[in-house]
Design a protein around this ligand. Sequence first.
Ligand SMILES: CCCCCCCCCCCCCCCC(=O)SCCNC(=O)CCNC(=O)[C@H](O)C(C)(C)COP(=O)(O)OP(=O)(O)OC[C@H]1O[C@@H](n2cnc3c(N)ncnc32)[C@H](O)[C@@H]1OP(=O)(O)O
Length: 238
Amino acid sequence: MTDGAFASPAAVEDPDALAVTEQAQGDLAESLRELVDACVRTRVDDGTLMAVAQEVRTLTQRLLARAQSDPLGIEATSDGRLRDHGNPMVGMRNPIAPPLAVTGDADGTMSASLCLGAAYEGPPGCVHGGMVAAVLDQVVGSAPAMIGRPGLTAYLNTSYRRPTVLGTEHVVRGWIEEVDGWKVRARGDIRDPQGRVTAEADALFVVPRWAREHLGTPTGDAAGIDPADTATQGPATS
Ligand SMILES: CCCCCCCCCCCCCCCC(=O)SCCNC(=O)CCNC(=O)[C@H](O)C(C)(C)COP(=O)(O)OP(=O)(O)OC[C@H]1O[C@@H](n2cnc3c(N)ncnc32)[C@H](O)[C@@H]1OP(=O)(O)O
């Protein structure tokens, strides 16, 4: 992100055409998620592996025939969305994103379901700890964003209570503990189907100085911001 990232929203001139494009982009990413999973689990012979690798490289060249050199960034659009399609946790165009679908409750608690496959394995049969932290970073970090304080992670302390098992539906949650001007302390956890906490995080998100002029003036400390009252201030990401 750079200074002025949200200064001029990208104009959406033809919403129908954009919807078709986004459908195609999302479908491509989904097909690549299936490819990554197959790549990790396949037991085909060496000749097939080499042939498929060559075919994939050919497909890559087709996509690069027209590609931007920069990463996608976070883009505000004139239809009121904040597009973070390249994000590795929620980005619908990013095949390495699960992708998480993060939603907010009326009380400001953010949540997402999580069920990861073989590509995310750390300990045998379990989700890699770095991935667990990244998931918590995203979901917990979306709580400050929802109250109009989209900060960068200053710290994220993660405690791993029990393994997060692959192929199992978990629930990830994030909520605000304290708002202090541009700093927001937030916590979150991941729970297994039995409701047991597999990991939890305590984090601080800080709106960087360069972004503050785009977000107005904070009203003060926690007493000044009620997540339930301000939930609609946050950006809609899709
Ligand atoms: C912005 C637009 C985004 C839009 C987006 C939409 C988002 C929609 C969903 C988001 C969900 C994202 C979830 C993933 C989020 C990442 O992955 S962020 C990537 C990882 N994090 C980073 O790269 C951050 C790197 N660090 C930095 O850029 C800067 O150090 C920081 C954290 C922005 C702060 O820098 P700064 O703006 O210059 O402010 P600074 O004066 O240093 O500190 C401000 C205050 O914070 C305190 N502070 C700073 N760091 C710490 C710390 N580590 N411990 C304790 N206190 C600290 C300072 O003491 C100071 O306190 P006060 O004196 O004001 O009381």
